[in-house]
Design a protein around this ligand. Structure first.
Ligand SMILES: NC(=O)c1ccc[n+]([C@@H]2O[C@H](COP(=O)([O-])OP(=O)(O)OC[C@H]3O[C@@H](n4cnc5c(N)ncnc54)[C@H](OP(=O)(O)O)[C@@H]3O)[C@@H](O)[C@H]2O)c1
Length: 288
């Protein structure tokens, strides 16, 4: 009989960093910072770490770096893969360095595993990349990456960078599959890990009684998992892709972590392809 589940969370190489990272990590955008909800959020993040979701994504824009810092303070640093991002408006050479130093302070750590440009703004990319490379040379970040970069942005960045670009964090999920045309194959060829954000999509998950809802539920039943676990495992079926769902309760975190054990078969993917088809042609990269 074919295995439909792994024993433990799947991990894979993260771009050219040399690090092996869990396929399911934890996002922290819109993490509530009100007192009551904050404690629950910290507990959820810690539960996620215990369950193997050691890739934690934050950004100066989210104002969640301190929460992450609180959640990780008793975890051995080498067990974690911490990512933060500089806002485009701060991404000059000096601004990138200053923003990173602030993020390190907020997080209570002396290095980031990866530091990203959050999206492209008006500051020349060469200035930002120079700042990121300086941070690598100074040991403040282990690798650098980008986010919301479309094909031409990646090509431009590759033409400038002297250090590898570790990842491109993009909007990618079952409902938004246009990046599969050109952007994701380009990233794979250049050994740039793809990190999928907003993995549950921007709209409601289809219910039973709809074509796509029926397929999701049937697959969840087949694998003895949940619909959300099927959605996450679909994203990470690709050897170069990771995802970072955000969840603020231990229950949601546990469910998401479980997706890292699901093994989808070719037949399952074919069924999902039919009800969540790729668009016919490539489209400009969407942002959330
Ligand atoms: N680079 C970028 O420009 C960019 C843009 C957007 C997001 N991101 C990153 O990607 C992360 C994820 O994206 P996202 O936050 O937009 O969307 P998401 O992870 O697709 O969805 C988050 C929502 O799903 C809910 N949820 C999570 N797990 C659940 C579960 N098992 N059962 C039921 N509900 C569940 C959460 O509720 P609860 O909170 O109540 O658990 C929250 O409302 C962000 O947090 C951020 O770190 C990056």
């Amino acid at each position: 009989m074919k295995r439909t589940k792994r024993e433990v969370m799947q991990k894979r190489k993260f771009g050219q960093t040399g690090e092996v990272v869990p396929v399911i990590g934890q996002g922290t955008y819109k993490f509530s910072t009100t007192k009551n909800e904050l404690d629950a959020g910290i507990q959820a993040l810690q539960r996620g770490i215990d369950l193997g979701m050691t890739h934690i994504d934050t950004a100066e824009m989210y104002r969640t770096e301190e929460v992450v810092g609180e959640a990780i303070k008793s975890v051995p640093r080498e067990k974690l893969f911490i990512v933060s991002k500089v806002m485009p408006s701060n991404a000059t050479y000096q601004g990138t360095i200053a923003a990173c130093e602030k993020s390190l302070k907020n997080l209570g750590t002396d290095y980031l595993d990866c530091y990203l440009l959050h999206w492209r703004g008006s500051i020349p990319l060469s200035d930002t990349i120079k700042g990121l490379e300086r941070l690598i040379d100074d040991g403040k970040i282990r690798s650098m990456g980008v986010s919301n970069f479309d094909v031409y942005d990646i090509e431009e960045a590759l033409g400038i960078a002297t250090h590898p670009i570790a990842c491109n964090q993009i909007l990618y999920n079952l409902f938004t599959r246009a990046p599969e045309h050109q952007l994701m194959p380009l990233c794979a060829t250049k050994k740039i890990a793809v990190v999928a954000y907003t993995p549950f999509g921007k709209t409601r998950i289809p219910d039973v009684g709809t074509k796509s809802g029926d397929v999701l539920h049937a697959l969840a039943e087949k694998h003895a998992t949940t619909v959300r676990q099927i959605m996450l495992s679909f994203i990470v079926r690709d050897e170069n892709v990771f995802t970072i769902p955000k969840a603020s309760s231990e229950q949601h975190v546990s469910e998401n972590a479980g997706a890292g054990k699901v093994i989808l078969e070719e037949e399952d993917i074919k069924q999902l392809d039919q009800v969540f088809p790729m668009p016919k042609n490539s489209e400009p990269l969407e942002m959330n």
